[in-house]
Design a protein around this ligand. Structure first.
Ligand code: PGA
Length: 243
């Protein structure tokens, strides 16, 4: 798979440093990059490292436009479980990103919001570097396992396993929103470069399947095998079946 570059790092801290260095290198090549950003626990270390680099004067986001992958729906931006809140708390509150975009969890009409989000991404010139985590069920963004790869930004019902996995961030499982707006698989595949991150033994099976398993919408992450420029960074635990 010459289109996929794999880094197996000793631990989560090393993974996060590698990931931040790749983002930094991209911004050095193109200061006005369009970055696709992800939430979840995996990219938190990367964002911490980006904030550290920013405070050290080693990275500049002043020409960067950012698009997040997804957002719960409905959810207010002030809700501390919203991805808008997550991004403020972990990155946007501390660095100088020129323009940030996250699907609007408060939109009156989710269909219109999806169409407008997709249009905005296209109008930006497209995503230069898309950061992805991966769900235990193979979801990327909130593209859940299904029969057909969903294409553009769309409204989605969350998988029972995703609700269970995300319940750790809420008081209880019943509080996890049942729906979300997410970039589609086509939206993600149109990114010029993709950076996939995974940490911990719990991700080892799905990382193996994503990279070496059958390409099927039953495992949405498997589509990345068809992308022309994917970098995967795993720690030794998540990478134990691929090296
Ligand atoms: P995690 O989530 O980073 O919290 O493991 C990844 C995902 O669900 O995409």
């Amino acid at each position: 798979m010459s289109n996929v570059k794999i880094f197996v790092e000793k631990d989560y801290a090393a993974l996060s440093r590698r990931s931040a260095q790749i983002i930094k290198a991209r911004l050095e090549e193109k200061a006005a990059s369009v970055l696709g950003l992800a939430t979840g626990s995996t990219p938190i270390g990367t964002y911490e490292e980006l904030v550290r680099l920013f405070n050290a004067g080693e990275i500049d986001f002043s020409q960067v436009t950012a698009f997040n992958l997804d957002e719960y729906f409905p959810v207010t931006k002030e809700n501390n479980q919203s991805y808008a809140y997550f991004m403020r708390k972990n990155l946007f509150g501390f660095v100088n990103v020129k323009e940030t975009n996250i699907p609007n969890g408060e939109a009156k009409n989710h269909e219109t919001e999806c169409a407008e989000y997709e249009k905005k991404i296209a109008a930006s010139g497209g995503i230069d570097l898309q950061i992805l985590g991966i769900g235990n069920n193979g979801h990327i963004g909130f593209n859940e396992p299904t029969d057909v790869f969903p294409s553009v930004t769309h409204y989605v019902e969350l998988d029972a396993s995703t609700i269970k996995a995300n319940a750790r961030f809420f008081a209880n499982e019943s509080e996890v929103p049942r729906h979300a707006i997410t970039m589609g698989i086509k939206t993600i595949m149109q990114a010029k470069k993709i950076l996939l991150l995974a940490s911990g033994a719990g991700k080892a099976n799905i990382i193996r399947d994503a990279l070496f398993g059958a390409i099927t919408p039953a495992n949405p992450s498997s589509v990345l095998q068809l992308h022309h420029d994917v970098t995967v960074i795993v720690d030794e635990d998540a990478g134990k079946f691929i090296c």
